[in-house]
Each structure stands twice: as structure tokens, then as C-alpha cells.
Ligand binder design. Structure first.
Ligand SMILES: *Cc1c(COP(=O)(O)O)cnc(C)c1O
Length: 340
């Protein structure tokens, strides 16, 4: 869907916010308790067999089903944590965000819940399912540019003009703290994992997983996954500095063209490895979810499973947590996955 290869510069650096602490994560868990789904963490024997057939003999997969979260993705955890923490004057100013879909849906959902005015800038030709959901949640939608990065620049201009709070997708400690509650749950549901595989766009989900793992289970290896066609976070992590990269993956939840300072700072020391998967491997993992786990995963949501299937040697004989981060797959996307 997003096929531009333009490479705009990274977001203005300014001061890098400090990452959240475990205290922030526990406060987020209390704040959003009852407002988010405690999503299931499930074993699917057919996925284990598929992974074994790919070369990961003896792997024991546990899928964290954030595809079943409100709005169909984990991001609502962060959005609710942010907006529930607003003072009245912040709420009245409203929020502006840029997104290819799930960040927008999450903020629109939390904005409706808290009565906060919400404007979303999306690149042209968004996933129609996600665009419709955002409009139905009552947010104002502006379409601008071809990529996530074009929308980001426009959102900055809109926020500056109307005085609203610009909510980025990655350099936001309060979002990371909220998102971290998914890992907190998973470690309660499956306390015996060896490895946790997390998909990355801007990196908030992976940074959150690293923070919680470091605090609660320092032996747990957190492995990040990005689409090979949009490898900015991967490249930034390998280089040890923020990088931009071509941004051409079909998985819109992973379609980000630059590294972000906050999430990279967390990932730098704490991530065990960073893998890349191509879009066809992601489609194959979506098919495996559909046929082997009765699960609709969008491309980004299937990327962690794709990493296990594409890099089986790392996972053989291990207990592996796999984050199925979202389920908002368009009909076109599902047809393609099944046709491959
Ligand atoms: C946003 C998103 C991601 C990537 O998360 P980051 O926190 O930006 O790295 C992965 N999967 C889905 C479904 C998403 O919506």
C-alpha cells in the first residue's frame, strides 16, 4: 500500500525524553485497568508444527493476542495512559497525531473515552478499514502526502497552528509505559519464556518489552523484528545512531522511515538481537495465523511469527513469546496472504 521510497530527515531531535521507569509502567497498569482487554496468551500446536517444519525443532510458541485488544492493536494501552493522565487544560487543547492507522485508532478511541478533541493526519490511500474506524470514533481525519513521514511533518504544522498537543508514535514515554503493560501481562501469563519476539515500527513496543523484561526477567532475550523493506529502526540499532532508510513495506504498522531517539536509547543496550523479514515472509505468517491459529493478523501483527519461521535456528528448542500486535488486516491484504 505504502510504496514511496522518499527518505525525509529524522524528526527534530530537541531534548530526548527519559524512558519510563517500572514505577511508571505499574502506574499505567493501574490507570488503564478495566479499560483494556487482558488479551489471551495462547499456544497453538499447529504453529509449533509449522515452525518445526521451517527448522525450529522443539519450539514452544506462546502468542500474545493483542489483535484482540480494543481497536485491534496494542497501541490503545499507551493512548489511554496518556489521555487519562491529562490535566483539564491539556484535554481542552486537544491532540494531533500522524499515523498509518493503529496509532490513530488508539488515540481516537482514548480521545472519545476522555472527551478530548482529536485530529489525525494520515498519508493518502490509508488502509480503508483503519480510516473508517478512526472517523467512526469521532476524530477529524486529514489526508496528506504519501508516507507516514509526510504525514508526520504535516501533523507538526497542524499542531503548531491550532495549539493542540502533537502526539508522536515513538518519542513518548507515557505511551511506552502504557504499551509496556502488555509485556507485564504476558510475563504473568507465561512466566517461563526464553525469548520474546516483538515487531518494530517506531520501537515503542520493543522498548517497552525491554524495560519490563530487564526489571522482571533479566534472563529473557528480547528480539526485535522489522520489515526488510522499512529497516530504519534496525539500521539505527546496528549503527548505534539514528538512521533514515527506505520505507516500502506493505505492513503499514511497520512502515516507518527513521529511527527515534527515545526507543533507540532503550533498545541499544537491552535488545538481544534485531531481525529483518521480507514482506512475503510476513504474508506467509499471516496465512499460518489464519489456517493454524484461527487468528486474523495484519502484516505488522504477523511479523514476529514471520521472524521465527524465517530465522528458525535462533528459536529451536526454546519457549518463545510471539507478540501478535494487531489484527486490522484489510480485505486486500488477506486475499494476498491466502493467494501466495
Ligand atoms: C504500531 C504497530 C507496530 C509497531 O509498533 P512500534 O511501537 O511503533 O514499534 C507493530 N504492530 C502493529 C499492529 C502496530 O500497530
Amino acid at each position: 500500500m505504502t510504496t514511496s521510497t522518499s527518505v525525509p530527515g529524522p524528526p527534530p531531535s530537541g531534548d530526548v525524553p527519559a524512558p519510563p521507569t517500572m514505577r511508571d509502567v505499574l502506574a499505567a497498569a493501574r490507570r488503564i485497568d478495566g479499560l483494556v482487554v487482558r488479551t489471551p496468551a495462547l499456544r497453538h500446536p499447529e504453529l509449533d508444527r509449522a515452525a518445526a517444519a521451517a527448522g525450529a525443532a522443539g519450539v514452544d510458541l506462546v502468542v500474545k493476542h493483542e489483535n484482540l485488544q480494543h481497536t485491534g492493536a496494542f497501541k490503545v494501552r499507551g493512548a489511554l495512559n496518556l489521555l487519562l493522565g491529562f490535566e483539564d487544560h491539556e484535554r481542552r487543547r486537544g491532540i494531533v497525531a500522524y499515523s498509518t492507522g493503529n496509532h490513530a485508532q488508539a488515540l481516537a478511541y482514548a480521545a472519545r473515552h476522555t472527551g478530548t478533541p482529536c485530529t489525525i493526519v494520515m498519508p493518502h490511500h490509508p488502509n480503508p478499514l483503519k480510516e473508517r474506524a478512526v472517523r467512526e470514533l469521532g476524530a477529524e481525519v486529514l489526508l496528506h502526502g504519501e508516507t507516514f513521514d509526510d504525514a508526520r511533518e504535516q501533523a507538526g504544522r497542524v499542531a503548531a497552528t491550532c495549539g493542540a498537543r502533537l502526539v508522536g508514535a515513538a518519542n513518548e514515554p507515557v505511551l511506552v509505559a502504557g504499551v509496556a503493560t502488555a509485556t507485564l501481562e504476558l510475563l504473568e501469563q507465561a512466566p517461563d519464556l526464553d525469548v520474546l519476539v516483538v515487531p518494530v515500527g517506531g520501537g515503542s513496543g520493543a522498548a517497552a518489552a525491554c524495560l519490563v523484561a530487564a526489571a522482571l526477567e533479566p534472563g529473557l532475550r528480547v528480539v526485535a523484528v522489522q520489515a526488510a523493506a522499512s529497516p530504519a529502526a534496525h539500521d539505527s540499532w546496528r549503527a548505534g545512531e539514528l538512521r533514515t532508510a527506505p520505507n516500502a513495506t506493505r505492513a503499514e504498522g511497520l512502515a516507518v522511515g527513521c529511527g527515534f531517539a527515545l526507543t533507540q536509547a532503550v533498545l541499544r543496550d537491552r535488545l538481544a538481537d534485531f531481525l529483518l523479514v521480507d514482506d512475503d515472509a510476513i504474508a506467509a505468517a499471516q496465512r499460518a495465523y489464519l489456517t493454524g491459529a484461527r487468528t486474523v493478523a495484519e502484516g505488522a501483527g504477523a511479523a514476529a511469527l514471520a521472524a521465527v519461521l524465517s530465522h528458525p535456528e535462533q528459536f529451536a528448542g526454546r519457549r518463545v513469546g510471539v507478540v501478535c500486535s494487531g489484527g486490522n488486516a484489510s480485505e486486500t491484504e488477506l486475499r494476498r496472504a491466502l493467494a501466495d
